[in-house]
Design a protein around this ligand. Structure first.
Ligand code: XIL
Length: 336
């Protein structure tokens, strides 16, 4: 049958995969080949994060990212970056969180932030067509903007976020610049969605150079409704997408995978349930022509972070998670 990139290409949509490191991912030739066959583009799962690129103050290490992008270039795959800043302190490098900013903390914070963004964006230059500039700046519990070790010294989160985008724009003016976050159609995400909309409005009002909203799209479970036999509240989701696109933003589906929690334990039912969740989400979301990209966060079950990270499916089902379109042997599943 046709590949994902052929199917999506007909709709003007770019398909991508996040390439991680290690034996089930970048070091597996069959997985690399699957990615090259099915996708137009790749992003690094971890290798272009601040923790990876600047592991110690002022010390940059581009080896892992360069290797992935060199392979991608050779395969004719486009390349995007994730993420210049990840706002939550627990995902920032420990050295930065513990850093002694000295007598002029504002100046020192600005020096560190601009040094990181300038060095990284200049290193990759026009090789990357798109960048997540800022990741997860909205606190889902309140909808307010998170504070971090940098925001407190740079005039608050909005000023700091604005600064990040302007620094990126100055270095890679042709790249698509993205604000990335994980809100979904869940009832429980009402505050988060509202907070993301407020942030996008505020950035627009400031003239901050943001081109797109990245929606991570770690899909489901929509247990609040599914438990009652219903579906996710897509009316609210459409309203959200209407508002985002109404402000003139493009949309990047940046980290797609599907939770297999709260589904029957047998493999067949789980796979069918996962595919159904994906279809419900994508039928609505992909109906917006502003969606430019569809990136999977790993495209085989064993290469997806949910298996290692939380292993909630293992706890629930006593079996490893099945959250993507391809099985452990890289054969297609119902979602594909
Ligand atoms: C995850 C990776 O998949 C893991 O390997 C890593 O240990 C932690 O980060 N939101 C994001 C991604 O923006 O960067 C995260 O990636 C998944 C959630």
């Amino acid at each position: 049958g046709p590949t994902l990139k052929e199917v999506a290409g007909r709709k003007g949509l770019r398909v991508g995969n996040a390439m991680g490191g290690g034996p089930d991912r970048f070091e597996n030739p069959a997985y690399r080949a699957l990615t090259a066959r099915e996708c137009h583009a790749v992003v690094c799962e971890n290798a272009t994060k601040w923790t990876a690129l600047q592991p110690r103050p002022g010390v940059f290490d581009f080896k892992a990212a360069d290797a992935i992008f060199a392979w991608a270039r050779k395969e004719g795959l486009k390349r995007r970056g994730h993420t210049l800043v990840w706002q939550e302190d627990r995902w920032a490098p420990a050295w930065l969180v513990q850093y002694d900013f000295g007598a002029q903390p504002g100046r020192e914070a600005e020096r560190i932030l601009s040094d990181h963004i300038n060095t990284v964006t200049r290193h990759f230059g026009d090789d990357l067509y798109s960048w997540d500039v800022m990741n997860e700046a909205v606190d889902p519990a309140t909808g307010g903007l998170r504070d971090s070790v940098l925001t407190r010294k740079l005039g608050g989160p909005l000023a700091q976020i604005d600064m990040c985008f302007r620094l990126a724009k100055a270095n890679v003016p042709r790249a698509q610049l993205v604000y990335n976050d994980y809100m979904g159609p869940e009832v429980g995400a009402t505050k988060h969605r509202a907070g993301v909309l407020r942030l996008l409005e505020a950035l627009k009002a400031r003239g901050t150079p943001v081109d797109a909203l990245g929606m991570q799209s770690h899909v489901g479970p929509w247990s609040d409704l599914e438990a009652k036999g219903g579906k996710a509240p897509f009316r609210e989701w459409r309203k959200f997408l209407d508002e985002v696109t109404g402000m003139g933003y493009q949309i990047v589906i940046s980290e797609f995978d599907v939770s297999d929690r709260a589904l029957p334990a047998d493999v067949t039912s789980r796979d069918v349930g996962v595919a159904a969740r994906a279809k419900d989400y994508l039928d609505v979301t992909l109906s917006y022509r502003q969606v430019t990209d569809f990136f999977m966060w790993g495209m085989a079950d064993k290469a997806n972070w949910l298996r290692q990270q939380k292993n909630m499916a293992m706890r629930e089902h006593g079996m490893p998670s099945r959250t993507t379109a391809f099985d452990d042997d890289l054969s297609p599943k119902p979602l594909r």
